[in-house]
Design a binder for this molecule. Structure first.
Ligand code: ADP
Length: 348
């Protein structure tokens, strides 16, 4: 309001200056005309001088207002045109900025407009990326299911081939189910600001249960666990936290070598809880580490069939919702450590 007020005051001052200036100019011109005898103003014709002065002053005032007004109105006109383009969905439009000090509202308006257009184009790009990634993740298993189902429909396959094709159809269907449930969960957590169904429960017990849920995966790879879990009570949502552990421990299993070992520690001091999940698997390079929390990002494209790149985006959102944070350290070929840092009382 204060800023608008100052713009308003400046506009009034501007009109006042133009009027005074054109008044002075008119007076000066009339004086020169009279002094050099080009026009003689007679005291017997008292109406002529004010009439000429009024006319000259009006013409001059209008002319000057037009010229100065053009200067002030040009950026407003550019902005109106640019806003029209943004309304039609063209977020690439930018207006030329003017460097006229912080107090100039028009300059600030132009800067804010450019910032807004830039952010809108970012959202648009993000939305397009999301749709492209989702379509790709959705289409790949569908194409594969259709292909193998058609082969089975044609017949002429031996029993071994039939089993193999059915196996692929089942695992690709599971991948689709996993994709849709992850999308649903992510959407739910992204739209959620607080966690409502909180209760005090044993975090160490929950971690043990999550390991058991993943038994099929780790026993198939002959992976062992080394657990060192302090008895830890946590105030939060069991269901939400379970999604977090299953994703982190599931990744540790997925990226471990056959016969590998996973160390899980749970410690707490005061209000702070720290859970670390360390694997000795393939690890990650810096480039991968920089992107792992992005939706649909998968570091190793060879593992593409075994995930959809949404797990860690979910994990990050859950940690945020619980008022906690995640840290990762990793070395290619040596393994990865995820540490989840939470508060005993402020979870969610
Ligand atoms: P997904 O596991 O479905 O690919 P995530 O979001 O869970 O998706 O993980 C994103 C990427 O982070 C993975 O594709 C992988 O490159 C990397 N990553 C996650 N956890 C580990 C881990 N424990 N070891 C090595 N790489 C990992």
């Amino acid at each position: 309001m204060k800023r608008f007020g100052s713009f308003h005051a400046k506009a009034v001052l501007f009109v006042f200056y133009v009027m005074v200036f054109s008044g002075f100019l008119t007076g000066a011109i009339l004086f020169i005309l009279h002094y050099f005898g080009i026009v003689r103003f007679s005291i017997f014709n008292p109406l002529l001088l004010p009439l000429v002065a009024l006319l000259a002053s009006t013409i001059l005032g209008l002319g000057l207002s037009y010229i100065f007004g053009e200067h002030v109105l040009k950026p407003v006109r550019t902005l109106t045109e640019a806003t029209r383009k943004v309304a039609k969905g063209d977020f690439s439009v930018r207006v030329p900025e003017i460097d006229d000090g912080d107090e100039n509202e028009i300059a600030e308006f132009l800067r804010s407009f450019n910032k807004m257009a830039q952010e809108l184009s970012g959202i648009e790009m993000f939305r397009n990326d999301f749709i492209n990634n989702f379509s790709h993740e959705f289409k790949t298993p569908m194409v594969s299911i259709r292909g193998f189902a058609k082969q089975l429909q044609k017949g002429g396959l031996d029993e071994q081939q039939q089993k193999e094709y059915i196996g692929i159809i089942v695992s690709e269907s599971e991948r689709l189910i996993n994709l849709s449930s992850n999308i649903l969960l992510l959407t739910r957590y992204e739209n959620q600001q607080i966690i409502s169904d909180k209760a005090i429960y044993s975090l160490d017990e929950q971690i043990r249960q999550c390991i058991l849920i993943l038994e099929k995966e780790w026993s198939a790879k002959g992976i062992e666990f080394d657990l060192d879990l302090d008895r830890t009570d946590f105030y939060g949502s069991r269901e939400v936290m379970s999604d977090l552990w299953i994703n982190i421990i599931g990744n540790a299993v997925k990226f471990s070598y056959d016969g590998g070992k996973i160390d899980i520690r749970c410690t707490h001091s005061g209000d702070n809880i720290r859970v670390t999940v360390r694997d000795h698997g393939c690890g990650m390079d810096k480039e991968t580490l920089d992107h792992i929390f992005e939706k649909f990002y998968q570091g190793d494209k060879n593992h593409a069939a075994r995930g959809n790149g949404l797990g860690l985006a979910l994990v990050k959102r859950i940690a945020e919702l619980c008022g906690g944070y995640i840290k990762v350290s990793s070395e290619p070929g040596k393994g990865t450590e995820f540490s989840v840092n939470l508060k005993t009382q402020q979870g969610g």
